[in-house]
Design a protein around this ligand. Structure first.
Ligand code: NDP
Length: 293
């Protein structure tokens, strides 16, 4: 039976470390500031923004929550981003995804000051990840996956990691991150996606499987070899008449059958999710530190 990788406990460890760094910054007269911009009223996005704001407050960060109506135009949003770029009390800016359809998300991301792009989506930060430049910002979810592995004492160096999914938010940056040289990296990485042939055969050859495809329970026992480590990034809503909200959240991994084969795995919820917010806080502190240097 797999050992559970407790994302909440590891996130707490990250926060303990960040508290020290935040205290140092405050002692030198600066408080790290994060602005989260939400356009529209998508309930899931609203919940994410709330939890980011709450975490900022718990850590004593300066938090600005900008809630704009769904009818906000591209120009209005760009103007708000520009204001935040110029605001010296704000070190990190995040525009919650997905924005309403009439907004060109790529243009908004490109308008962010890369030094404040704590989500790591700006082309300049994507390039820095590919170029191994440590001053760049790496997207929070892949960074959280790597930290989970490191803190759990799982050897990544030399391991064969198969990443399911090639999105710019999770799969692609995670592959770049794990194939870098250094601690928590040096992996042999394979990325599979919806066009991959013989997918179960490939995932069965992995020491570490990371599932980030957005399909509930897609990864089953036939995808995983005995003793593999399984990281489940997926967050999927499935109907559950017994649940108070009528649905529950499940990952991309069929938990019970995979847990019977894996040596370690993350639960959903309570695995990668808490680490994503922790890494957002870490990136905000890093942005503030770099702004002082
Ligand atoms: P995307 O929809 O952007 O990408 C999904 C990827 O999975 C694509 O590369 C797609 O392939 C691939 N894929 C889809 N279906 C299959 C299939 N049947 N077989 C093989 N590959 C497949 O999703 P995201 O990367 O944004 O998110 C993935 C999951 O992670 C979602 O459940 C999301 O909710 C969750 N997530 C969780 C976060 C957290 O904090 N825990 C943060 C971000 C995301 P192709 O490119 O060929 O279409």
């Amino acid at each position: 039976m797999a050992q559970l990788i407790d994302g909440r406990a590891i996130a707490e460890k990250v926060y303990a470390q960040l508290r020290g760094e935040i205290a140092e910054l405050k002692a030198s007269g600066v408080t790290p500031g994060l602005a989260v911009v939400l356009v529209g009223d998508d309930p899931a996005s609203r919940a994410y923004v709330r939890s980011k704001d709450k975490m900022c407050r718990e850590l004593g960060l300066h938090s600005v929550k900008l809630e704009l109506p769904a009818a906000t135009t591209q120009e209005e949003l760009l103007a708000r981003v520009e204001e935040l770029n110029r605001d010296a009390t704000i070190h990190g800016i995040l525009v919650q995804s997905p924005p309403p359809r009439h907004i060109d998300e790529g243009a908004i991301v490109r308008a962010l000051d890369p030094a404040k792009d704590v989500d790591g989506f700006h082309p300049s930060n994507v390039a820095k990840l590919a170029l191994d430049d440590p001053s760049g910002f790496v997207p929070c979810t892949p960074l959280g996956c790597q930290r989970l592995l490191v803190e759990s004492g799982i050897e990544v160096s030399g391991a064969h990691v198969v990443v399911l999914g090639r999105s710019m938010i999770v799969g692609k940056p995670l592959a770049l991150l794990l194939m870098r040289k250094g601690r928590g990296a040096d992996a042999t990485v394979t990325v599979v996606h919806s066009r991959s042939r013989d997918l179960p055969e490939i995932t069965r050859s992995a020491d570490i499987v990371v599932a980030a495809i957005g399909r509930a329970g897609f990864v089953t026992a036939e995808h995983v070899r005995d003793g593999a480590v399984v990281i489940d990034v997926g967050i999927n809503r499935v109907e559950d008449a017994g649940a108070p909200k009528g649905y529950k959240l499940v990952g991309d991994v069929a938990f019970a059958e995979v847990a019977a084969k894996a040596s370690a795995m993350t639960p959903v919820p309570g695995g990668v999710g808490p680490m994503t917010i922790a890494m957002l806080m870490a990136n905000t502190v890093k942005a503030c530190q770099q702004a002082q240097a």
